[in-house]
Design a protein around this ligand. Structure first.
Ligand code: GTP
Ligand code: MG
Length: 227
């Protein structure tokens, strides 16, 4: 082996190490990036809440929760979906590393809020999954929206993805209960349990519809008072 070949090999090794080191650095910086994206999103939602409060006297957003997905869950999800474990796949295919749940009082407000979000210039709505109009077979209802939030960094603008789950209080109650009941039960649910859960989801939906009807009626009465 000539002297030159040894050097080339060393150089390649060093380059490979450098790429690896860069990937590690980038990986370490990612949680902070997603955290910043969530903070930006949180701030936008806070402003909407305040505006609604000032304009209408109440905000239809009941509460908001955010979380960053644990590395272990990210890896599990990538394996489950059959993606090779690399940063590129993680950024391209795992949309819920930054996650926000917005719980609203009424179904109508969820659609009003999403309509508003999709018109904003400071974010992009990439995908909407409407499990309210089309509940999952087990009865699960929510509206899932994948958005991209621009972060102005030294290197330029970077669009970071986040998943927003929008639900009513009734949907949130059902999903939380289902999660508690189903958690750690990795087998198929007995048919009658699955049926009763679905029935409970229908009851939650009926409750939402009833509340909407009541709101409409109360609004009509209030308008009647003012005239
Ligand atoms: P996952 O995120 O791995 O589920 O894959 P996905 O992105 O293809 O699924 P989807 O967007 O439908 O659901 C994403 C998230 O919605 C989950 O991580 C849960 O937080 C919530 N979710 C979806 N289905 C259910 C359900 O049946 N029950 C409950 N409690 N939550 C659900
Ligand atoms: Mg998802």
């Amino acid at each position: 082996m000539s002297q030159l070949q040894v050097h080339v090999k060393d150089l390649q090794q060093w380059k490979a190490n450098e790429d690896f080191a860069r990937q590690i650095e980038e990986f370490k910086a990612l949680p902070a990036l997603y955290r910043h994206a969530l903070n930006e999103l949180q701030n936008k939602i806070d402003i909407i809440r305040t505006e609604w409060q000032v304009r209408d006297g109440f905000s239809p957003i009941e509460h908001v929760k955010s979380r960053i997905k644990e590395p272990k869950s990210i890896i599990q999800k990538m394996e489950r979906k059959g993606y090779d474990l690399c940063l590129e796949n993680m950024e391209n295919y795992i949309h819920d590393i930054a996650g926000m749940r917005i719980v609203c009082a009424f179904v109508k407000d969820i659609y009003r809020l999403v309509d508003h979000l999709s018109r904003r210039e400071d974010m992009r709505v990439l995908e909407i999954k409407d499990y309210i109009a089309h509940p999952k077979p087990n009865g699960y209802q929510s509206l899932h929206v994948i958005v991209a939030i621009p972060l102005i960094l030294l290197e330029g603008t970077r669009w970071v993805k986040a998943e927003i789950q929008l639900r009513t209080l009734a949907m949130d109650f059902w999903a939380s209960m289902e999660h508690i009941l189903y958690y750690k039960f990795d087998k198929q649910l007995p048919a009658h349990v699955a049926d009763e859960l679905k029935e409970a989801a229908r009851a939650a939906d009926e409750l939402d519809q009833k509340m909407l009807r009541l709101r409409r009626e109360i609004l009509e009465l209030t308008e009647g008072d003012n005239s």
